[in-house]
Ligand binder design. Structure first.
Ligand SMILES: C[S@@+](CC[C@H](N)C(=O)[O-])C[C@H]1O[C@@H](n2cnc3c(N)ncnc32)[C@H](O)[C@@H]1O
Length: 275
């Protein structure tokens, strides 16, 4: 059996903290015991942290299966995408690094920042210093339907205060994991305004998590051409939000993209731009 490396252990554990507990989800005992981040991870390994997280939408008992699949909105954890989509993100980022696919990494729609924190952690674990993680968000939730795309008519995401996480809070989340530095850059505002002029040269991974048709289409229109050959496009909401799936199908049809859409779990899909 191949022993996991230190980087593997670090990334497996950080994924679990980001998806399941969140840095604030520590109980008081662990808080006192954990003077450093490795200590905290060690406490988790020993099972010192309880499954105390509850859903914030339909408050209820913590359900590990829902969390694993990214089907709930965590009370404490920094990402809602679940372990399988985090594993896919790791696969895409590490494949891009292993195969020298040029470019940076971006998530359009970061919420508390967990998926982007994970990308920065992978770069750190691998000692990569010449790539940036871009964090694009309004930091005030989703936009109202702006009349451009009928597919978003009646969309109610903008009424969800739980989806509005401030820039300061996201930056603080990065800081807690000791991962806020100049390899992380924030694009603050609506995608339709920020992404077309973002100072990004090339992307190795484009992760779309804006839920709506417009949010998905605005990101693809602004960024798809910057994805390097061999780079990855990940769509978080394909199976969860029909309007998002519609945007993906229409963009791919319009641009003649035939690379297969690979399922990740019940919601996420990804494809690889041909080399
Ligand atoms: C479902 S959450 C993202 C979840 C996150 N990726 C995670 O790891 O948990 C959707 C995010 O997209 C942002 N968003 C959606 N549409 C947007 C738009 N058009 N412009 C800016 N931000 C947008 C929202 O503010 C919200 O933070």
């Amino acid at each position: 059996m191949v022993e996991p490396s230190g980087a593997d252990l670090y990334l497996n554990l950080i994924a679990k903290v980001l998806a399941r507990y969140g840095f604030e989800g520590r109980n008081a005992t662990v808080k006192l015991a954990a003077r450093s981040y490795p200590d905290y991870l060690w406490s988790m390994l020993r099972g010192a942290l309880p499954d105390r997280d509850v859903r914030i939408v339909e408050a209820g008992e913590f359900n590990a299966a829902l969390r694993e699949d990214g089907r709930d909105w965590p009370a404490d954890a920094e990402t809602m995408i679940g372990m399988r989509r985090l594993a896919n993100l790791r696969h895409c980022v590490e494949s891009a690094l292993d195969e020298n696919v040029p470019g940076d990494f971006i998530e359009t729609g970061a919420w508390r920042g967990g998926a982007t924190i994970f990308m920065r952690a992978i770069l750190k674990a691998r000692g990569v210093t010449d790539r940036t993680v871009w964090v694009a968000d309004s930091f005030e939730g989703l936009p109202e339907h702006d009349g451009r795309y009928d597919a978003d008519l009646g969309d109610l995401h903008h009424t969800q205060p739980d989806l509005a996480i401030s820039l300061e809070e996201v930056q603080e989340n990065f800081r807690r994991y000791d991962l806020l530095d100049d390899q992380v850059r924030f694009l603050v505002g609506w995608f339709v305004d920020t992404l077309p002029t973002a100072p990004i040269e090339r992307l190795a991974v484009l992760r779309l998590d804006g839920d709506m048709y417009a949010s998905t289409m605005d990101a693809l229109n602004a960024l798809y051409d910057k994805v390097s050959p061999g780079g990855f496009v990940i769509v978080d909401d394909f199976g969860a939000v029909p309007a998002c799936a519609k945007a993906i199908h229409e963009f791919r049809d319009e641009h003649g993209i035939t690379a297969p859409l690979e399922p990740i779990d019940w919601a996420g899909v990804f494809w690889r731009k041909p080399s």
